[in-house]
Design a protein around this ligand. Structure first.
Ligand code: FE2
Length: 374
């Protein structure tokens, strides 16, 4: 996991900060990328200097719909096709929901394009608010379940509320310490919290599971490998938990921590800190192990279909900007663009995961102990 305060952490061991290999811990760019709303984009397009519109999504998303008059350069091809992007004038980059376009914007800025902005909310928000003729993306919660994502601006973490569309039961994944928003969502939707699930023992933030348990009596579910000292139910690999007409499938994905779980539901996977957009959770805090992480990624998560939507436990590389409306990626996009996954060999991956990280946060041991005790 990364922490917001680690973004831009000073270089260690004499390394130059810009040589830090991991996107999550690189220094913030001198000028953070600006976002523009769909309405602002409409104004620009009607003005005297329409922007160069750049779609950086993968092919499987491009076929659904796109903005008229744009240029399509998938992110993984951008470095080789940089000459197609004008050096002068405004460039608006867009993607799926507004998150991954930031990665393209940083590449463009490093290549000397100074007027780069990112379309806030991505094509989905544009279709929702400006042009209803553009098809919306398939919502993986369009089936029997509904998803709500809770970003925490203080910790950079993401929690998820899942519930059965037809019923009144909900499951909460990786709650943060401030439980008010979850309780309000449960109350507003008249839901009963069936379980609180931790994908792993967190070292970067205090969990809200104890408070939620006290307020709702919902049980806490964790991996059978967790050393948790509070009352909990143990989840094991391969377990299937019914949710509406679907099932939440439990898979062990150790590496970031020994007790890490990923949870699959229909066309989505909740990857915790095992797989993050653009990176992977570090393995040097607590009982992590880069060799196990390699196995979890290659033998488990990367065997999922490309179109599987990835919901991580963290958004860490937006340099202080709020997360987009929906922060997610896909297995296919990560397979082709994630720097950790693009390491050419297992040995290179192990080096990537073990060299160049900033020092361990001073308080991580205290946070882990607190999360295990209550
Ligand atoms: Fe973590």
């Amino acid at each position: 996991m990364s922490r917001p305060e680690e973004d831009g952490a000073p270089a260690e061991h004499g390394r130059s900060a810009d040589r830090l290999p991991h996107p999550l811990v690189r220094p913030a760019p001198a000028r953070p990328t600006r976002r523009i709303s769909p309405a602002e984009l409409e104004g620009l397009r009607a003005g005297p200097e329409p922007p160069f519109l750049l779609d950086v999504r993968p092919a499987e998303q491009r076929v659904i719909g796109h903005l008229p008059g744009d240029r399509w350069i998938p992110l993984e091809e951008l470095t080789g096709r940089m000459a197609e992007v004008p050096r002068r004038g405004p460039v608006v980059v867009y993607c799926h929901y507004g998150g991954t376009a930031h990665r393209a914007a940083e590449l463009l800025q490093r290549a000397g394009r100074s007027e780069v902005t990112v379309l806030e909310g991505g094509l989905d928000e544009y279709a929702r608010t400006i042009d209803p003729t553009i098809p919306r993306y398939r919502d993986p919660s369009g089936g029997s379940w509904v998803l709500q994502q809770f970003p925490n601006r203080g910790t950079g973490c993401l929690a998820y509320l899942l519930h059965d569309r037809a019923g009144d039961e909900a499951i909460l994944i990786d709650p943060g310490l401030e439980v008010g928003p979850y309780l309000a969502a449960l109350r507003d939707r008249r839901l009963r919290l069936r379980a609180i699930v931790e994908t792993h023992t967190h070292a970067d933030h205090l969990s809200g599971h104890a408070e939620l348990h006290a307020r709702t009596s919902a049980p806490i579910w964790v991996s059978h490998r967790s050393p948790a000292r509070y009352p909990h139910r143990e989840l094991t690999d391969g377990e299937a938990i019914p949710l509406g007409d679907d099932e939440l499938l439990v898979g062990e994905t150790p590496g970031h921590t020994r007790d890490h779980l990923s949870l699959r539901l229909d066309g989505a996977v909740f990857t915790g800190d095992t797989l993050l957009p653009g990176s992977c959770g570090r393995t040097d805090l607590g009982d992590g192990d880069p060799e196990r992480l390699w196995e979890s990624l290659t033998a488990r998560l990367l065997t999922l279909p490309d179109e599987t939507e990835v919901f991580p436990a963290h958004y860490g590389s937006l340099h202080g900007l709020p997360p987009p409306l929906r922060y997610s990626s896909t297995i296919g996009f990560e397979r082709r663009t994630n720097e950790a996954l693009l390491q050419p060999t297992r040995e290179a991956f192990l080096r990537y995961m073990t060299e160049g990280w900033p020092p361990q946060p001073r308080d991580f041991g205290t946070i882990v102990r607190a999360n295990l005790d209550r």
